[in-house]
Design a protein around this ligand. Structure first.
Ligand code: BES
Ligand code: MN
Ligand code: ZN
Length: 498
């Protein structure tokens, strides 16, 4: 989709459709909607009177302009109550309107700085939200479909009435485009099936990302992992015919020589459960068990484009988890890179094993802070549903920063308890730790397991098992991969440089 930012007014702009806002409980159209109403000889006002237009969030009303203005349709997008408008509601409203127009064969859409002025939203922030809403909402994964899509919106025009407002719109649009494209990069990786998105394919994507954005790249092969003592990830990798890849990307924004933050992403390219095999129903979704790794890679691409003055390292331990004659087994004891030994209760609690070695690696590399992102437990979905990502941390201040970065992105994050009492459940009778704490508080005990490897490094763990994929279309979320929490991670890193 080609996006351009121009000066222009609704009576001059030519597009398949032009979107104007309407707030719930408003008596009459205002701003761009008022202008459209005038050109349409009162059609919007009439529809409001008839209660056809209520302004409820995500409500979309298409009015044919029949030559009364240069664009073929005026689309009235409901934004909810004016006082309650948020950036995220703008993203959603634009996404819903764009999808509706696409289904009707519209190819170009013009949008003003929707919602700007309401609830403290600036032109720049609105343009960013419009861009994100359109790109994310119109996303589809068609790579393996041999028939072309039926209709596509090929052009988005963001317009301001005068050139004074143009710079702000342009700036907001550029930020929104980088963020949304990063989220889509992650969605594409997560939607890709495991026969395509193998650990080697992930390493290939990292290599391309490094070349495109000038990132430093290190890929450790199985032998090097063995030399470094990464017995935990190697245990998981044992059952697969495919070679594991321990992927490290580095972005340098300063010469300080320090690694200000490490982003670690779980990257199980397929999680069958291993010998503790999962039930077959829904197992295909486990192609998405590399969503943490994908989101970290996508965030690095965006960070490289924003060029913040800090140093960021990404660590992506990639492998499959499969049963075979060589697979690790329940009862086995693995020695992690940290030296801590782990009794395997279930081979399906594999993510925490790969992350244990990644956390140790990041610490040895001198990371001052760590965020790990993982589709770690079904339990987090039981606790928080698909609405928010669970956050677990040993550092309240850092956790608050991640939550704030999430709020800015419209990606909800909720803090979970980390009382020491939970550690009890991870105690083994034959090793330092066991890899499952049982059914109770499964998301917390998984996090407590990771905490053992984070040590005293300020650390936040994000369990995205409920949020990385969606089974329904809503707002700017479509079915399949969501791209969560790419935009949160980028916002977090950008806010850190200040
Ligand atoms: N990858 C899964 C977690 C998961 C579940 C992600 C559903 C996305 C959707 C993880 O490796 C896993 O299998 N966790 C187990 C842990 C248990 C065996 C201690 C789980 O949640 O059941
Ligand atoms: Mn598993
Ligand atoms: Zn898993």
């Amino acid at each position: 989709m080609d996006i351009k930012v121009i000066t222009g007014e609704i009576d001059k702009i030519e597009a398949g459709a032009v979107i104007v806002p309407f707030f719930e409980e408003a008596e009459e159209p205002e701003g761009d909607a008022a202008e459209a109403d005038r050109l349409l000889e009162g059609a919007i006002t009439q529809l409001v009177r008839q209660k056809e237009i209520k302004g409820k969030l995500n409500e979309v009303t298409v009015i044919y302009s029949l030559g009364k203005l240069p664009s073929g349709r005026v689309v009235v997008a409901g934004l909810g109550k004016k006082a309650d408008v948020t950036v995220n509601k703008i993203r959603s409203a634009v996404a819903e309107a764009c999808r509706r127009l696409r289904s009707r064969g519209v190819e170009s859409v013009a949008v003003p700085a929707l919602g700007s002025g309401a609830a403290g939203i600036t032109d720049a922030v609105s343009a960013q939200a419009v861009t994100e809403g359109a790109i994310l909402g119109l996303y589809s994964f068609r790579k393996h479909m041999t028939k072309p899509a039926e209709g596509e919106i090929t052009q988005l025009i963001i317009f301001a009435p005068d050139s004074a407002g143009l710079a702000a719109l342009q700036q907001g649009y550029e930020k929104g485009r980088i963020l949304a494209e990063a989220a889509i990069f992650a969605r594409d990786m997560v939607n890709e099936p495991s026969n395509h998105m193998t650990p080697t394919a992930m390493a290939g994507m990292a290599t391309r990302l490094a070349h495109t954005h000038g990132l430093e790249l290190t890929i450790l092969e199985r032998e090097q992992m063995r030399t470094m003592g990464m017995g935990a990830i190697l245990g998981v990798a044992q059952g697969s015919e495919l070679p594991p890849k321990f992927i490290v990307l580095r972005y340098k924004g300063t010469d300080s020589g320090e690694t200000d933050v490490a982003l670690i992403g779980k990257a199980i390219t397929f999680d069958s459960g291993g010998i503790s095999i999962k039930p077959s129903e829904g197992m295909g979704d486990m192609k998405g068990d590399m969503a943490g790794g994908a989101s970290v890679m996508a965030a690095m691409g965006a960070i490289a484009q924003f060029r913040p003055k800090i140093n960021v390292m990404a660590v992506i331990p990639a492998t499959e988890n499969l049963p075979s004659g060589s697979a690790f087994k329940p009862g086995d004891i693995l020695k992690s890179m940290s030296g801590k030994t782990i009794e395997i209760i279930t081979t399906d609690a594999e993510g925490r094993l790969t992350l244990a070695d990644a956390l140790e690696y990041a610490r040895k590399q001198g990371a001052k802070r760590v965020v790990d992102i993982a589709t770690l437990t079904g339990a987090v979905r039981v606790a928080l549903g698909t609405v928010c990502t669970g956050a677990f941390s040993n550092n309240k201040e850092m956790e608050d920063r991640v939550i704030a970065a999430g709020a800015e992105a419209g990606e909800l994050v909720w803090p979970m308890p980390m009382y020491d009492d939970y550690k009890e459940q991870n105690k083994s009778e034959v090793a330092d730790l066991q890899n499952s704490g049982g059914r109770n508080a499964g998301a917390i005990t998984a996090a407590q397991f990771l905490a053992e490897f984070a040590g005293d490094t300020p650390w936040v763990h994000l369990d995205i098992a409920g949020t990385s994929m969606s089974d329904k279309e809503r707002g700017y979320t479509v079915k399949g991969a969501t791209g969560v929490p790419v935009r949160t991670l980028v916002n977090f890193v950008l806010a850190m440089q200040k």
